[in-house]
Design a protein around this ligand. Structure first.
Ligand SMILES: [Zn+2]
Ligand SMILES: [Zn+2]
Length: 290
């Protein structure tokens, strides 16, 4: 199990790698373009390759790219849907240059058009995206808290999408975010709760489809359908549950990425010392800490 965190690049990607190493990250997740923008940067291929090489040299590869938040593959609006397909396609191609193994995407919202309609749009969009980009980078669908009309809060929905794309088995997987599980009502606050959740996931989706865990605590209540990330041990999810997840032998091969808030110092800069301690604490929750 490799543990790392989502790294803000702040316009200085190589420096971000250096910081990640100093924190003790074994992998990182990053955005390949502005997470709230539709337009990816023009060019930058050489810088991406340079970044990949530097990440490899530092032992941080393969890494994970998080797709921009605007993407909504389930959108009933044609314009949004098309733009989502092209931006996700760009992101997958860029992820390959960056040396990423996976791109994580939120499954989106049907915006009132209905669950069935949303799932149909989503699978159609995924088929198009995967047909248009070279294989090599996996696409991971992330579970959701289920706010508003978003899809993917229930394992049944994720399973349905994967079942509709049997020919893409190797290229599609799942990312489970612990704060989203909690918000969606999966009680992962105890070893027994984690066991029940994994059982359910295994029955409906299949554990081999799980490739990545976003390890976050949540400020919000179980089943609240709200999503506010917290550092591990500072939110509402009992640590015993998250610890059970980190020590489950069935998940030993997975990548774990923290998307926890980074404390800011009095000059409003990231307090990396504090974050280093947090990562050390999270790693110490593993029975075989190294
Ligand atoms: Zn996400
Ligand atoms: Zn979240």
């Amino acid at each position: 199990m490799r543990i790392g965190r989502h790294m803000p690049l702040n316009g200085r990607p190589l420096q971000a790698l250096e910081i990640a190493c100093s924190l003790g990250c074994e992998t990182i997740q990053l955005f390949a373009s502005n997470p709230t923008g539709w337009r990816p940067p023009a060019g930058g291929e050489e810088a991406a390759l340079e970044f990949a090489q530097a990440a490899r040299a530092r032992g941080l590869a393969p890494l994970v790219v998080h797709a921009p938040y605007l993407i909504n593959l389930a959108s009933p609006r044609e314009e949004t849907w098309q733009a989502s397909i092209s931006l996700l396609s760009w992101t997958l191609a860029r992820a390959a240059l960056l040396g990423a193994s996976d791109v994580v995407v939120h499954v989106g919202s049907h915006r009132g058009a209905g669950l069935e309609q949303g799932l149909a749009r989503l699978s159609q969009a995924l088929r198009r995206v995967l047909a248009g980009v070279p294989a090599g980078v996996r696409l991971l669908l992330e579970n959701d808290v289920g706010a508003g009309h978003t899809l993917g809060q229930r394992f049944e929905e994720l399973a349905t999408v994967l079942e509709r794309l049997p020919e893409e088995q190797e290229r599609l997987g799942i990312c489970l975010d612990t704060a989203h599980l909690w918000g969606a009502g999966y009680d992962i606050g105890s070893p027994a709760g984690v066991e029940a959740m994994l059982q359910r996931f295994s029955e409906l989706v299949g554990l081999p489809r799980l490739k990545l865990i976003h390890l976050n605590d949540s400020r919000q209540a179980l089943g609240s359908h709200r999503d506010v990330h917290a550092r591990i041990g500072e939110g509402q999810i009992p640590v015993a549950g998250l610890q059970a997840l980190l020590n489950d032998s069935r998940l030993a091969g997975l990548t774990v990425v923290l998307e926890t808030p980074i404390r800011r110092d009095e000059r409003d800069r990231e307090d990396w010392d504090h974050d280093r301690q947090h990562l050390r604490y999270v790693k110490s929750l593993r029975a075989h800490d190294d």
